[in-house]
Design a protein around this ligand. Structure first.
Ligand SMILES: *Cc1c(COP(=O)(O)O)cnc(C)c1O
Length: 347
């Protein structure tokens, strides 16, 4: 018996498991603003070590992590170079402009860009007219491009070129865990080129909330101030930290299952002439596909799928996203793929 609904809208829909809830219930806690929450201190130290950075700071959301990274690394009026259709441009309700006062310059295609494209887009500092480029931001994996991995050799070249031009670097690694599992690279290798790195506990790792920013002690001290300014400084956050610690212990290696399930769905979808899906983009747990001419539009496909118990997300008029995660089984994914194809192929 396959359980419905099969919720492929996002890996954020994952629920804390009974074992994670038990860890939350048992967590020692204290007032985190006095630095007295032992569970949070442990989580922050552990994530800093995992990412090879001096310090890490927990934040209620990944959006706040991204916004604080901008505050720490830029000044109002600065130019920030980002990948096309990145989270900062599409999913933060304009926060970069409102909170940090920066302009975002999108470059590249399909979630990635080259060092040459970065250098061509960079505006020099101290120019009479140009907004100074002071930060480059890379999103890895890239959500809207379909969970693709940014090639690490290019990351290293871009961050080296940035440093040469006193441009800071930030990694939006909300799903960096997926990169590590899919590529076999260590988290600290992936994070090494960057000044600041953000990671999320609330996506595929299955925690109820929380992201962390990691970097040098100096940068994290500054991030602490902005967390307070943004209203994100909380108290007994060890309850969240316990979920995060549990997730790090139990939910990283299993991301390989999510990747295999996404591959399975993608392979099935790509067989339909009405679905445009480049299977080379299905590298982790996200599928973004387009509906060919003649196929129903995204809203219709989403509505039809919902009626049959499969939840997906319209990313554009003819673009759909599906995401695999720890709360969907391989059998559910097989069934969902068949249902999706039927929804697209029905007239
Ligand atoms: C989810 C996500 C974030 C953070 O989102 P929140 O919902 O605020 O936790 C940041 N960047 C990327 C690429 C994401 O997918």
């Amino acid at each position: 018996m396959i359980a419905f609904p099969i919720d492929l809208r996002s890996d954020t829909v994952t629920l804390p498991s009974p074992a994670m809830r038990a860890a939350i219930a048992a967590a020692p806690v204290g007032d985190d603003q006095f630095g007295e929450d032992p569970s949070m201190n442990q989580l922050q130290e552990r994530v800093a070590a995992l990412l090879g950075k001096e310090a890490a700071l927990w934040l209620p959301s990944g959006t706040m992590a991204n916004q604080i990274a901008l505050r720490v690394l830029t000044r109002p009026g600065d130019d920030v170079i980002v990948s096309r259709e990145c989270h900062a441009v599409w999913h933060e309700t304009g926060g970069s402009a409102a909170n940090a006062g920066v302009q975002l310059t999108e470059i590249g295609a399909r979630g990635i860009f080259s060092v040459e494209e970065f250098l061509a887009a960079r505006k020099p500092q101290g120019h009479l007219l140009f907004p100074p480029t002071t930060l480059v931001e890379i999103e890895n994996t890239h959500n809207r491009a379909g969970g693709v991995i940014f090639p690490q050799e290019e990351v290293e070249r871009i961050c080296a070129a940035a440093r040469e031009h006193t441009v800071a670097s930030f990694l939006d690694g909300a799903r960096l865990w997926n990169v590590a599992v899919a590529s076999g690279r260590a988290l600290d290798d992936l994070a090494a080129p960057f000044d600041l790195v953000g990671v999320a506990l609330s996506k595929g790792l299955g925690a109820p909330g929380g992201s962390l920013l990691a970097g040098s002690r100096d940068l994290i001290v500054r991030a602490v101030r902005y967390r307070r300014m943004f209203g994100g400084a909380m108290r007994q956050v060890g309850l969240f930290a316990a979920a995060g610690l549990y997730a790090l212990d139990h939910n990283i290696d299993r991301l390989a299952d999510d990747h295999a399930n996404a591959r399975l769905i993608g392979t099935r979808l790509a067989q339909s002439a009405r679905i445009l899906l480049d299977l080379t983009t299905v590298q982790t747990n996200i599928l973004v596909f387009r509906l060919a001419t003649g196929a129903p539009d995204a809203a219709t496909v989403v509505a039809r799928a919902r009626e049959r118990g499969v939840l997906i997300f319209a990313f554009g008029p003819r673009t759909v996203r599906a995401v695999t995660h720890l709360d969907v089984t391989t059998e559910q994914c097989e069934r969902a793929a068949d249902i999706l194809v039927e929804c697209v192929e029905a007239d």
